[in-house]
Design a protein around this ligand. Sequence first.
Ligand code: DP6
Length: 366
Amino acid sequence: MTERNFIPKPYKNSIENGSFTWSSPSNIALVKYWGKKKDQIPENPSISFTLDNCKTTTTLSYSKKENLNDFSFDVYLDGDKKDDFKPKIETFFKRIEAYLPFLKNYHFKIETSNTFPHSSGIASSASGMSALALCLMSVEKELSVIQSDSEESQEHFNQKASFLARLGSGSACRSIEGDLVVWGTHKDIDGSSDLFGIKYPHDVHENFKNYQDTILLVDKGEKQVSSTVGHDLMHNHPFAARRFEQAHENMSKLISIFKTGDLDAFIKIVESEALTLHAMMMTSMPYFILMKPNTLEIINKIWTYRTKTNSKICFTLDAGANVHVLYPENERESVMEFIKNELVAYCQNEHYISDQIGFGANQIQL
Ligand code: DP6
């Protein structure tokens, strides 16, 4: 499979206008994507849990236009026009134009809203770009003469949606299909690809069903360093090569952990991946720190609680100060009690979001 597989045959249908709405979830990586090559190709494979409650809903309205020289679109968040979102979408459109040759034929109105607060410090690029990619795929499906809902065309639809989402934001390609999603070629995962995410194809133990994720909002501000800049700093990073190898090794270990349900081993990989991600930031040049004092307070509290109670609670981090607290469903009550009593005090305005891994519910067309 290469990029060329995603260049469509000439469209047969002609449409004046219409609209599509998709809702798509965010995801949290267990093995992290940090470092990329040209064209959004990841330096290493990553795997993520799909979140059930953190979603973006996007309506894409399109109408034929005369001038075919430029992209033309407006973006709205919760009904407010957002011109500051436009450069990122313009870049996205440029990257995907070869794969969606209709883009300059229409004016688009992109209306989007998130189930989580925009200012929560939760990255909305994964859910946002995947929802937009799905809407664009619906337009393409309409323009293509074969309106088949066969399994094969459904597979192509999802694969291409993931391929496009990747070109918007790497992690977004892991939000299209599946509750556990792999992106990036790995020797033990058949069908894995650098071009798009795939549903994790191996066995997953009961222990991971309905896994819980409580997101502790330590800092709701804008990140000082964007992910894109962070990825870039992995070029010429002194530890990059070893880090990319380690991600492959951790992925192999996770395959047997998912099979056996070994939660102690799971914790070790997940926490080590989170700290390694931040260690890469701290050892790049220029170096930077995205954790806050309260991030460390929370991590230490989690470790103490785990030692005291033998809980299987653990944490992971994305490229920010917020902490994702992960735990099995059977510990839901006790861990929520612990979070409310001991961790919420470290959150900005005591704000947290309870989520769980979306076994089943995923992206939906509305
Ligand atoms: C730390 O997908 O936001 O969340 O491809 O530049 O848009 P771009 O980066 P992005 O990077 C996310 C990195 C991460 C780890 C992960 O999700 O795997």
